[in-house]
Design a protein around this ligand. Structure first.
Ligand code: LIP
Length: 304
């Protein structure tokens, strides 16, 4: 290995604890298993609405960060259902949702909602989209929050993943454990691309460094599901630049409670700058490869 790629061992304790669960204490009086059960009930109820209400031909109601970043009427309806339920079940908690305004709270807890993660898949009828519901303590920012509980519900086939801080991760009753691939070259890696052409151009450049070094790439279109597939060993590694808090809220905790390290590059926690997940030491190699490829940059810096 060239000196430039000499691996330094990631501080899995800090990053793992700091990223998914956050390592912060569970606030007094908070029952994470009670929160897990509520997250599951909310995600499954919204999932039923999305599944049963999907029209034959889905229309784009509006676009957001770019002309290809869609929102549909069902994204909004699903989020309205989640917010209405939370207003009754958890009136003192705050809400951070993809499709609506932030709701302040007094409890110190925030529900982080993605009413349909994988909206483009939903639009095209590609069966990989989910409702993601998480609850966090502290600032509703992946770099500072403590994730307490979460659920990712795959709408089309009903697979349902949940996790609670310190309580492990499960899918439909089966406890989850990440894979421990023997090598980067033998690892199946999940990733995704952004809604801006400039961002995708840089992500494609990074991919030219990653693809020759791994088994293969999977681009499934919903980060929440990707992180849950990692948790159950259906993916060995995952990375993506540009994720929003609601994309990683529940899936990130499912991954860390299944034994994954979840973090960013250059010692940072997972954030919109970069989210990487997997088990050591192979995830260390991926982090170093992404750092060398300037994956957390914007493509204007010369590759290191
Ligand atoms: C999607 C993510 C996916 C990413 C897409 C988009 P959305 O979230 O789950 O991983 O590649 O660009 O951000 O917009 O469907 O909620």
């Amino acid at each position: 290995m060239t000196p430039r790629e000499t691996p330094r061992t990631l501080d899995h304790r800090t990053a793992g604890e700091a990223a998914g669960g956050g390592g912060g204490p569970v606030p007094d009086g908070v029952d994470v298993e009670e929160l897990r059960a509520l997250a599951r009930s909310l995600a499954c109820e919204a999932g039923t609405l999305v599944r049963e209400g999907r029209p034959e031909r889905v229309e784009v109601a509006a676009t957001k960060s770019s002309a290809v970043d869609p929102v549909t009427a069902m994204d909004r309806a699903s989020e309205e259902l989640l917010r209405a339920r939370l207003a009754v079940e958890r009136p003192d908690d705050a809400i951070l949702g993809e499709e609506g305004d932030d709701v302040p709270g007094t409890s110190g807890l925030t529900w982080v909602l993605d009413p349909i993660d994988g909206t483009v898949n939903y639009l095209y009828g590609v069966a990989s989209y989910a409702v993601s519901v998480a609850v966090v303590a502290g600032p509703p920012d992946p770099e500072r929050w403590t994730a307490l509980a979460g659920c990712v519900h795959s709408v089309v086939d009903g697979r349902t993943w949940t996790a609670a801080l310190g309580g492990g991760a499960e899918r439909d009753g089966r406890a989850l454990h990440v894979s421990r691939p023997a090598s980067l070259a033998g690892s199946l890696v999940g990733t995704g691309f952004g809604y801006s052409a400039e961002r995708r151009a840089h992500q494609a450049q990074v991919l030219t460094s990653v693809l020759p070094r791994v088994r293969d790439i999977r681009r499934l279109g919903a980060a929440a599901i990707d992180l849950c597939l990692l948790a159950e060993g259906a993916l060995d590694l995952y990375y993506e630049r540009g994720l929003n808090p609601w994309d990683v809220g529940a899936g990130g905790l499912v991954a860390t409670e299944a034994g994954a390290w979840l973090g960013g590059l250059r010692g940072r926690r997972a954030s919109s700058t970069m989210t990487v997940a997997g088990a050591g030491p192979v995830v260390d190699e991926l982090v170093h490869l992404l750092e060398a490829a300037d994956a957390d940059g914007d493509g204007r810096a010369a590759p290191r």
